[in-house]
Design a binder for this molecule. Structure first.
Ligand code: PMP
Length: 331
């Protein structure tokens, strides 16, 4: 029989697919790593599995225990999926700017969701991270997954995503392009590919223009799950330990407009329904590819599906309210 013993055995080994239309006249080929093909629908299935297995091995998560996390959605889905398989309860703190679909999906997996205000500084007791930390202390048998600081996050990509890309491109990848949220993806994948290639692979961070990671002022932006936002009242701005900034060779800074319209183009021109952060990454990858040669090979990470954002990125009313729709006149 050609079967898998359990759902978690299906995580990873996602396809790498060449873009054929959005690339236009770019000399270098661009391949997208389709992370939405993971069984929970995003790249975060990888780290959910790796963090739960790490916690079980360390004795931090025991049978009947509770998984707690502050998550904008996809990590919650991955954790809820793994927890459902293994009989753990799940409680998630989630910021109110997350899409309604993401919150509904978490509840569908049986997770309990605490919606927190997104407009408070990190030190505030109502902030997602404060709420998650408090729940983990209050609930008996709870374990805080802590994707921002958990080494099992970048490790999942060092052991999975990086080797997969190296193998799938037969070692011919020259440029990796990815967005940075917790930084786990770019750190683990980038570190592996640099080692495997003897330093030949260039790692490009695709960052929202306002994000602090690439030198922005930390002001608000509309692409979810990537970049680093800094609330004006934040006193001490800490970056996740899952992100090793030295792995990034350079940044491409992408506007909301380019991110969101690129995500929409991917659906219409490539048949790839992906989220806004994939739009950011692909907009960056297309800029990178335009300045390369046919001997180069660009790989870009597509973290999740556009189905998470039907009421945002793919809703003309939402985009119109932001003043970002004008350029999309058919033809
Ligand atoms: N895009 C989406 C949709 C995500 O959920 C995440 C994870 N928060 C990222 C990008 C960024 O990945 P990472 O946290 O590994 O940097």
């Amino acid at each position: 029989m050609d079967v898998y013993p359990s759902l978690t055995d299906v995580v990873g080994n996602t396809p790498l697919v060449r873009f054929n239309r959005v690339t236009g006249a770019a000399p270098a080929p661009v391949y997208g790593k389709l992370e939405y093909v993971n069984p929970g629908g995003s790249v975060k299935d990888r780290i959910a599995l790796s963090m739960v297995e790490g916690a079980e091995a360390a004795g931090l998560l025991r049978p009947g225990g509770t998984v707690v996390e502050g998550t904008s959605g996809n990590t919650g889905v991955g954790l809820a999926m793994v927890a459902a398989q293994r009989g753990y309860r799940c409680v998630f703190a989630i910021p109110d700017k997350s899409s309604a679909e993401k919150i509904a999906v978490l509840r569908a997996y049986g997770a309990e969701v605490v919606v927190c205000p997104g407009d408070v500084p990190r030190e505030h007791p109502a902030h997602v991270h404060s709420v998650a930390a408090r729940l983990a202390v209050e609930i008996p048998g709870a374990w805080l997954a802590d994707q921002y600081d958990n080494p099992a996050n970048p490790r999942a990509h060092y052991r999975g995503t990086g080797p997969e890309i190296w193998r799938q491109t037969d070692g011919r990848i020259t440029h990796l392009v990815a967005g940075i949220g917790t930084g786990g993806t770019i750190t683990g994948t980038g570190e592996y590919l640099k080692e495997a290639s003897g330093g030949r692979v260039t790692v490009v961070g695709a960052d929202p223009e306002a994000s602090v990671y690439s030198g922005g002022d930390g002001g608000p932006y509309h692409v979810e799950s990537i970049g680093h936002f800094r609330h004006p009242e934040t006193v001490e701005d800490t970056w996740p330990r899952s992100y090793h900034p030295e792995v990034v060779d350079r940044f491409e800074r992408i506007s909301d407009r380019d991110s969101l319209l690129t995500a929409r183009r991917l659906a219409r021109e490539e048949g790839l329904l992906v989220g806004g952060s994939a739009g950011t990454a692909v907009a960056a990858a297309l800029r990178v590819a335009a300045a390369l040669t046919p001997e180069d090979l660009v790989v870009v990470l597509l973290p999740d599906s556009g189905r998470n954002y039907l009421s945002k990125v793919f809703d003309d009313g939402w985009l119109g309210q932001l003043g970002l729709l004008e350029e999309e006149v058919p033809g």
